[in-house]
Structures are given as structure tokens and as C-alpha cells.
Design a protein around this ligand. Sequence first.
Ligand code: ZN
Length: 80
Amino acid sequence: MPPTNICPRCGDAYEDGVAFCAKDGTRLVSAGQTGDLIGTVVADRYRITSRIGEGGMGQVYLGEHVRMKRKSAITQRTVS
Ligand SMILES: [Zn+2]
């Protein structure tokens, strides 16, 4: 079983049953509810920390550069 709860602030993953992040106290969100990309690294650069929203182009996520710590919006096009 992969971790199921993700901190939307720092992106840390926790086991099911943990409600708050141990680092910053942010309420965790369920990875299943917010999208499969959260907690993963895309384009070898950006770690997905949360989902911002959903638009016509697809799901919009907030990613953080793994080295620069720079935040960026990442859109995942919905395949239909
Ligand atoms: Zn956190």
C-alpha cells in the first residue's frame, strides 16, 4: 500500500489514519481524492504538492522544483 495522505503544504506523504502533518500542522488530504500525481515528481524536476483546480485543459497542480524550491503551476491534460 502506498501512502494515502499527503500534506498540501510540504508534500510529505503519511500513512492512512494520520490527519495532520508532523512538520507544519497542515491538515492532510487524501491522495485518492486529490489526484494521483500528488507526491510524485514530474518532468524530473517538479514534485507535485497539491491540486489547485480543474480547468478546460485538465487538472492543474502546484509543483515545487526539487532543487530550486521554486513553485510552479503544472497542468495535466485530461485524456479523453
Ligand atoms: Zn507538511
